[in-house]
Design a binder for this molecule. Structure first.
Ligand code: CMC
Length: 372
């Protein structure tokens, strides 16, 4: 049997139908379940986006209140998970700790109801992230509040004090922008695991592993490290030279390029605006200026635009979040898309099982170990 063509990286392969999101890579448009990302960025809360992705429609007030209540009531972590967070290495990678803790959550579910699991994992991911960050910085773990939005409560648990409206709004917008994005690597991983009839926690744990990599969600941390490397050069810091040197060395500029977008990522439009405003407010103007210089240089040199991870780095930095937590925040949001795809896959399932073209030898003779 011959295969005519290998689609390296499955580029361009359409393997599912979905109602969760639509991406037009040419025009730079993104739609979640019917609503343009600009509309959602302007109006939506993260909780409304969760409901939208899970139900393919917006909630009415009663439904939204109910979702808020359910999420709030699920924020506490099981004690053994807190113990794990307290006892693991303080210098462990936050994404690795998050992956392990989410996997542990499976053992503490009272039922096998996917809807309950989606709510539990969405509610508890922010608690895990904040708890680990507190512990590794030698601070007391802050218990979640039984009030406020996901964005509000996360910042509260992270900093130990209630955030102001502006900070909550920024965090909410970041959560809205990262919630869902078609058949990206982590969502594909989630669906692949779901399609074996495994459980939601397995699927989400696998998805976290996929998101962690620097070619996917790990790029936001990598962008910040890149900007901080440049900062270390002090007065000699030159973002244009830095970009050109990286390209000359055939290194990737993190936060640039995309498999689907061949134009400006529509999410980056919003993050760019936030990055400008926040870096001015917090005295990190240089970060925004360097970022813009890199964008311009990448366009001129390679005709490549920034993706969602580029400006989110300076946004998170400006609101005081440690760089290695950025991918965890991405997870906190993308859990909504993963779980939505889990429901969709399960409702119309077929095992996901592509093939590989064998290009090895076929007729080798066995050689005893002492003769090899
Ligand atoms: N810096 C420099 N050159 C790049 C970059 C980049 N960031 N991205 C793509 N290119 C070049 C690439 O080297 C290739 O050049 P050539 O044709 O000369 O070999 C050309 O552009 C096409 O790239 P590709 O590797 O075929 O693109 P891909 O679709 O396989 O990979 C990508 C997409 C996102 C992995 C890649 O653009 C990349 O590694 N970017 C940096 C990491 C990053 O920012 N990832 C976040 C992705 S978006 C959101 C998310 O998932 O978190």
């Amino acid at each position: 049997e011959q295969y005519p063509h290998i689609n390296k990286g499955l580029a361009g392969i359409v393997a599912f139908s979905t109602t969760k999101s639509f991406i037009d890579g040419q025009t730079g448009d993104l739609i979640y379940a019917g609503y343009h990302i600009d509309t959602l960025a302007e109006n939506a809360t993260f909780e409304e986006v969760c409901f939208l992705l899970w139900n393919d429609r917006l909630p009415n007030q009663e439904e939204l209140d109910e979702l808020h209540n359910k999420l709030r009531s699920e924020r506490q972590l099981p004690e053994p998970v807190i113990e794990y967070i307290k006892n693991t290495r303080k210098d462990a990678e936050p994404m690795a700790v998050l992956r392990t803790a989410v996997s542990m959550l499976a053992d503490f579910q009272d039922d096998s109801n996917d809807t309950n699991h989606a709510i539990a994992v969405t509610a508890q991911i922010p608690t895990i992230i904040a708890a680990f960050d507190r512990v590794r910085n030698g601070k007391e773990v802050v218990s979640p509040l039984d009030e406020g939005s996901t964005a509000f409560n996360f910042l509260y648990m992270l900093n130990g004090e209630k955030p102001g409206q502006a900070a909550e709004k920024t965090m909410n917008l970041c959560l809205v922008l990262h919630a869902e994005h078609g058949m990206n690597a982590s969502t594909f991983t989630c669906r692949t695991i779901c399609a074996t009839e495994s459980d939601m926690f397995s699927a989400v744990t696998g998805a976290i592993g996929a998101l962690k990599g620097p070619l996917h969600g790990g790029a936001n941390t990598a962008v910040m490290n890149m900007l901080l490397n440049l900062k270390e050069q002090g007065e000699n810091a030159d973002p244009v030279k830095f970009t050109k040197e990286k390209l000359n060395k055939k290194e990737k500029m993190m936060g640039f390029g995309h498999r689907v977008y061949k134009t400006f990522d529509p999410r980056a439009v919003h993050l760019r605006k936030m990055s400008k405003e926040l870096s001015e407010e917090t005295g990190h103007e240089y970060l925004y200026e360097w970022s813009e210089a890199m964008v311009k240089t990448m366009k001129e040199e390679k005709n490549i635009d920034p993706n969602v991870d580029f400006f989110s780095a300076s946004v998170y930095y400006s609101i005081g979040i440690q760089p290695d937590l950025y991918t965890c925040i991405f997870t906190m949001s993308r859990i909504s898309g993963w779980t939505a795809h889990f429901f969709e896959q399960k409702a119309n399932n077929r095992l996901i099982r592509p093939r590989a073209l064998y290009v090895g030898e076929k007729n080798l003779d066995w050689v005893p170990v002492e003769d090899r």
